[in-house]
Design a protein around this ligand. Structure first.
Ligand code: ADE
Length: 247
């Protein structure tokens, strides 16, 4: 899959994504990263890409032309109209389901805004999706674009090893993961739960499932409404005092 990013801060994206799992995925050719500096497409002799807003007010607005020229160049060999995500706090909130949907595209373009915003006309012309990573405001769209590229990448074949992929399955179930422990058996007076040392696989599985249910109830009870629960799960949750909304 090809990720394309239109940004004024290419180093941030390149350095961030060339690290850790996504870095390896790029090196191994599982994903391709194409980062374009919008400033390279400014026709202004001082390479300006922004100007004051019509109608007055504080801040600067990114001009449409450099973005358009960068977009035209980027998409000239793509078949059809590519999906273009404008990362903005005004967008729909990004979810795992959206990551899955994006992972089915061949090319995905991210447009990262800065300053007070981007001239509305270029957005109307090229954006297909307005997406936010949450109800808070960041200084620019680079981190949100990296968040989404990371979440989409790990769904693509070859990017994660089998162990890491299996770990993901549990979140797909709409439940949070059970806690994890490794050596030493005792740390700051806290022991690893005995069942994990018992070697009794069925008991370990039951304990993990129950921990997962308990943790989800405590931290994200909203997820339980969508989770596929067995009658045993329901029994355990009721013991913990869970009252489902519509059961
Ligand atoms: N740009 C600034 N804040 C953002 C957010 N929360 N999500 C997406 N893009 C943004």
């Amino acid at each position: 899959m090809n990720f394309h990013v239109l940004t004024l801060f290419p180093d941030m994206i390149i350095q961030g994504l060339h690290t850790s799992v996504t870095g390896k995925a790029i090196d191994r050719g599982h994903i391709r990263l194409d980062v374009v500096n919008i400033r390279d497409y400014s026709r202004d002799k001082h390479k300006h890409v922004d100007d004051t807003p019509y109608g007055g007010g504080a801040g600067m607005v990114m001009q449409p032309e450099p973005i358009w020229l960068a977009y035209e160049d980027m998409t000239k060999d793509m078949p059809g109209r590519p999906r273009l995500i404008y990362v903005t706090p005004q967008g729909t909130t990004f979810t795992q389901q959206m990551a899955e949907e994006f992972s089915r595209e061949e090319d995905l373009i991210f447009l990262c805004g800065h300053y007070e915003g981007v001239d509305e006309r270029i957005l109307t012309e090229i954006v297909t999706d307005y997406v936010s990573i949450g109800d808070y405001v960041l200084t620019g769209g680079e981190l949100p674009a990296m968040v989404m590229i990371d979440a989409v990448s790990r769904l693509l074949p070859g990017v994660l090893n089998n162990e890491e992929s299996a770990e993901f399955e549990s979140f797909q179930d709409h439940l949070l993961e059970h806690p994890h422990y490794t050596r030493p058996v005792e740390f700051h007076g806290r022991r690893v739960p005995e069942v994990l040392l018992s070697g009794h696989h069925a008991n370990i599985e039951t304990w993990r499932r129950q921990q997962s249910l308990k943790r989800t109830l405590e931290r994200r009870p909203d997820l339980l409404e969508k989770a596929p629960l067995t009658s045993k799960d329901l029994h355990y949750l009721k013991e913990l005092g869970w009252e489902p909304e519509d059961l």
